[in-house]
Ligand binder design. Structure first.
Ligand SMILES: Cc1cc2nc3c(=O)[nH]c(=O)nc-3n(C[C@H](O)[C@H](O)[C@H](O)COP(=O)(O)OP(=O)(O)OC[C@H]3O[C@@H](n4cnc5c(N)ncnc54)[C@H](O)[C@@H]3O)c2cc1C
Length: 300
């Protein structure tokens, strides 16, 4: 059996060839992945890394695909979706609660579980449509909170398949980045430090934040969240709005009419449409305000 046959045997329904990435991104954009694998355990992740070395294919990691734009030509190599889903909640008599969570758990799933148990501190992340792995990679944040504030430690695998655990201080969390942003490590799980709370209050906060998102963000259209990073001393979305770009369209990509900070896919947008619109927006903002605005989502 050759290496590819072995991968097929091992992953059965969880391996696909020429799999359209638009099925795996919240932007609903992206050409085919040569090989697409969903790994449910650390062992499976290790096996994929081993095989990738033998068949000399690059490995691209994804979580929920909510912060990536995949090129129309697709991806040569292996796209490895991390689907490690264990959740272990350590409850004792203290106020503090530690939660060990697999990198493939979606924030919304974890938020619901914590709500049921009356554990607070994760409400801010309940509406971030990614996985724990993607959130730690980006140090995702919302409404004044970020993952940096709740991570105790992170367990990751390096490209050689070795597993390490590092403490929060060593994760080098910054604004929408961390030590993991280099792309050299695969996050497997994390321990979060949360607190015992009141179910009614937790639910109220989650609803408040969900309503705010609904009101302010174009969640009715596919997107990858905020297109650009926060500016240094300026609000990027406001500059885009002040350039009169709300509603501006290239192909199927549009600067949202609801929130200028989002590019949305209003109908069969290609990655090229999005990237052309990004460039156009960056040029307009630079011409009018002399400010460079940097992309927030990752282009693969
Ligand atoms: C409607 C909408 C609203 C959003 N709101 C917010 C918000 O309020 N705050 C915010 O911060 N973001 C927001 N985002 C962006 C996005 O949801 C977050 O960045 C999220 O954390 C990405 O997680 P993911 O699992 O989807 O990662 P992906 O998009 O799959 O991947 C993003 C990056 O993380 C890497 N990665 C993913 N998993 C792992 C892993 N296990 N190990 C190593 N690397 C990994 C990938 O290689 C990639 O480079 C929003 C997006 C949308 C569509």
């Amino acid at each position: 059996m050759n290496e590819i046959e072995e991968l097929k045997e091992m992953f059965k329904d969880n391996i696909k060839f020429n799999e359209p990435m638009r099925n795996h991104t919240t932007f609903k954009i992206g050409g085919p992945a040569e090989i697409f694998i969903q790994a449910k355990t650390e062992e499976e992740v290790k096996k994929v890394l081993e095989k990738s070395r033998k068949i000399k294919k690059n490995v691209f990691i994804i979580g929920n695909g909510s912060n990536i734009l995949v090129h129309d030509e697709g991806i040569n190599g292996i796209v490895l979706k991390i689907c490690i889903k264990e959740i272990e909640i350590e409850e004792n008599q203290d106020v503090d609660v530690t939660v060990k969570v697999g990198a493939g758990v979606k924030n919304a799933e974890l938020a619901q579980k914590l709500l049921k148990k009356g554990i607070k501190g994760f409400e801010f992340a309940s509406g971030v449509p990614g996985t724990i792995g993607g959130a730690i990679y980006m140090n995702a944040g919302a409404y004044g909170e970020e993952f940096k504030n709740i991570v105790q430690n992170v367990t990751y695998m390096n490209k050689e398949g070795k597993i390490h655990t590092i403490k929060n201080e060593d994760c080098k969390f910054g604004y929408r980045n961390s030590i993991f942003t280099s792309g050299n490590f695969i996050i497997l799980s994390a321990v979060l430090k949360l607190e015992r709370g009141n179910i009614v209050e937790i639910e109220k906060r989650m609803k408040e934040l969900a309503n705010l998102r609904k009101e302010k963000q174009p969640i009715e259209y596919p997107s990858a969240g905020s297109t650009f990073k926060r500016g240094d001393g300026f609000i990027t979305a406001k500059l885009i709005d002040d350039c009169g770009l709300k509603g501006y369209k290239i192909g199927g990509a549009q600067i949202s009419t609801k929130h200028a900070g989002f590019i949305v896919n209003v109908g069969n947008a290609t990655a090229k449409d999005v990237l052309d619109l990004v460039k156009y927006t960056q040029n307009k903002v630079y011409e009018k305000y002399g400010k460079n605005i940097a992309l927030e989502f990752k282009v693969i």
